[in-house]
Design a protein around this ligand. Structure first.
Ligand SMILES: [Zn+2]
Length: 73
């Protein structure tokens, strides 16, 4: 579901929030990886109001873990 999610980390960072669009995979934490937990705080009905997820200093797109492995960059 699209909306604002509370994001709980594995003790290295306090809870924070991010907007995520329905159907997108939850981002991964750069530090605690898949141990990060997401909890919907407020749903948003109109997906067009939500900007696409932008990687931050804390979060990266989930897909990067798989597609980035072994890539020659
Ligand atoms: Zn984390």
């Amino acid at each position: 579901m699209s909306g604002i999610y509370k994001i709980y980390h594995d003790s290295h960072r306090l809870m924070h929030e991010a907007t995520l669009v329905k159907g997108a995979r939850f981002p991964r934490c750069r530090q605690c990886g898949l141990r990060v937990k997401f909890s919907l705080a407020r749903s948003i009905q109109d997906d067009h109001l939500i900007p696409p997820f932008q990687p931050t200093a804390i979060l990266e797109p989930y897909e990067q873990e798989e597609s980035g492995l072994g890539a020659a960059i």
